[in-house]
Write a protein that binds this ligand. Sequence first.
Ligand code: SF4
Ligand code: SF4
Length: 147
Amino acid sequence: MSNKAKPFWETKTLDEMSQTEWESLCDGCGLCCLTKLQDDETDEVVYTSVVCPYSDVDTGQCKDYANRSVNVPTCVQLTLERVAEFDWLPDTCAYRMIYRGQGLADWHPLVSGSSKTMKQARVGLTAIPVVIDRSGINYEEFMIDKP
Ligand code: SF4
Ligand code: SF4
């Protein structure tokens, strides 16, 4: 039997993780930066392929992460409570996967040791055709299935 210690995401729940561990769970897929529409009556959330103008579509990363709340007041900061509440987050989102007890996928950089595996698995913003948000855009023309 191997004595190798299990990684933190296999031994800790989300609320037991340190801030550094919590931050490292984000694989930077950028899918949560896509604009969503919410039905007024049913609350159903539908994704669009329109992405926030601060998103670097070549990498999926935020171009100004430190100031994201100032740049985009509606930019959501994930908390423990929100991970549980936001079932609209992408199914591949590491926080939701841990929350659901599924663990991390093989392609997650923490597991594979490389960000290339996300591209190979075609996970993230870089794997789908996106449109940069602009004024006057009709979001309903860009509705897509939940990533
Ligand atoms: S969907 Fe989840 S893993 Fe992907 S960028 Fe957003 S918070 Fe990070
Ligand atoms: S400000 Fe950055 S983190 Fe927030 S939605 Fe835009 S690209 Fe994503």
